[in-house]
Write a protein of this length. Structure first.
Length: 333
């Protein structure tokens, strides 16, 4: 992917980009990410007349454009559950939780998984025709940005933070508040109060358990659990298949792993490489796993045992991960 921001007026911001197929795109979007104009010179204008691969290249260009405006101009152009920074912060918040708090917040999900090998009734009834092993279990996470202060958003998608989070999944060690504080200090993030954060203070609320599944025609369906009385969208959503956790601590590690794979998915599905610490394999976002299985230009990143030979490094701008909100003037659109 190659991209340049070409201009801005009071309503929109414009970009010129080249996708991984070598096709040029001209895109204009509003500051909330709504795309109002998109012209390209290599695919039919009518989506119904494009190949499936052509449609995905167009979608990649749109995802990348929203990401670039977010990272380079600071506008909130990404949906929260498709924002790698928000998802990374949710992974930090989950890994900080004590076992007792994990059970309080995610106990329904834990006991749902534990019923696989017991005669206990499942806490969440499955929809007709959906098996326990086919269901994708989801739970929304609402972060508390006021406690600790919003300055901790600086840690988002930081390589040092992600590297330590990714590494903990491969060990049996606990990931303590002190560990997180040391990681963030190494990343030049202010941590005067983080090491004293009360257990669970980074999470404002979670939803009930949702059941997500595909029908025989490939259509997505969701049976929604209860939602907290908050007038905003969640900051992240775990999406995990059933397994038999040995403990609540193991569930926590798998939820963190899933979120890190989702961070990976955010980058791959816009056609660029994820940061090195999250070039990991495993199930992340369910829609992304479906695309990986469907399109030849993706690898099977959802499969922990897959042999992956591409991470799109050759298509990744040198400053792709930088929060470099530019202040120099640009031409009006």
């Amino acid at each position: 992917m190659k991209v340049n921001i070409t201009g801005k007026n009071d309503e929109r911001i414009g970009l010129y980009s080249t996708d991984n197929n070598g096709i040029k795109h001209w895109i204009e979007m509003e500051f909330d990410g709504t795309i109002k104009y998109h012209e390209q010179d290599g695919y039919p204008d009518d989506p119904d007349k494009r190949t499936e691969a052509g449609n995905e290249h167009v979608n990649q260009a749109r995802r990348f454009a929203r990401y670039w405006v977010y990272r380079k101009r600071g506008y909130n152009t990404l949906e929260s559950t498709n924002n790698p920074d928000r998802i990374a912060l949710a992974a930090v918040a989950l890994q900080l939780l004590s076992v007792d708090t994990v059970e309080r917040l995610f106990g329904e999900l834990y006991h749902q998984f534990c019923t696989e090998s017991t005669a206990d009734e499942r806490p969440v009834a499955l929809p007709d025709g959906v098996s326990h092993r086919e269901a994708v279990y989801q739970q929304d996470i609402y972060l508390d940005f006021d406690n600790p202060p919003g300055a901790y958003e600086e840690l988002l998608c930081n390589d040092a933070t992600l590297e330590q989070l990714a590494a903990v999944d491969e060990s049996t060690d606990e990931f303590s508040n002190q560990d997180v504080a040391m990681t963030l200090e190494a990343a030049t993030v202010e941590t005067d109060t983080l090491s004293a954060v009360e257990d669970g203070a980074l999470i404002e609320a979670v939803s009930g358990v949702h059941i997500h599944w595909d029908d025989v025609l490939g259509q997505y369906h969701t049976q929604h659990g209860d939602q907290p009385a908050l007038e905003r969208d969640p900051d992240a959503r775990v999406e995990i298949f059933a397994f038999e956790p040995d403990s609540v601590a193991e569930l926590r590690e798998q939820l963190v792993r899933n979120l890190l794979c989702q961070v990976r998915d955010c980058y791959l599905t816009m056609g660029i490489a994820p940061p090195e610490p999250v070039r990991i394999l495993g199930h992340g976002r369910h829609d992304a796993s479906t695309w990986y299985n469907h399109y030849d230009f993706y690898a099977e990143y959802f499969d922990p045992d897959a042999e992956v030979d591409t991470w799109y490094q050759e298509h990744t701008p040198e400053n792709a991960y930088e929060h470099s909100i530019e202040t120099q003037p640009i031409n009006s659109a």
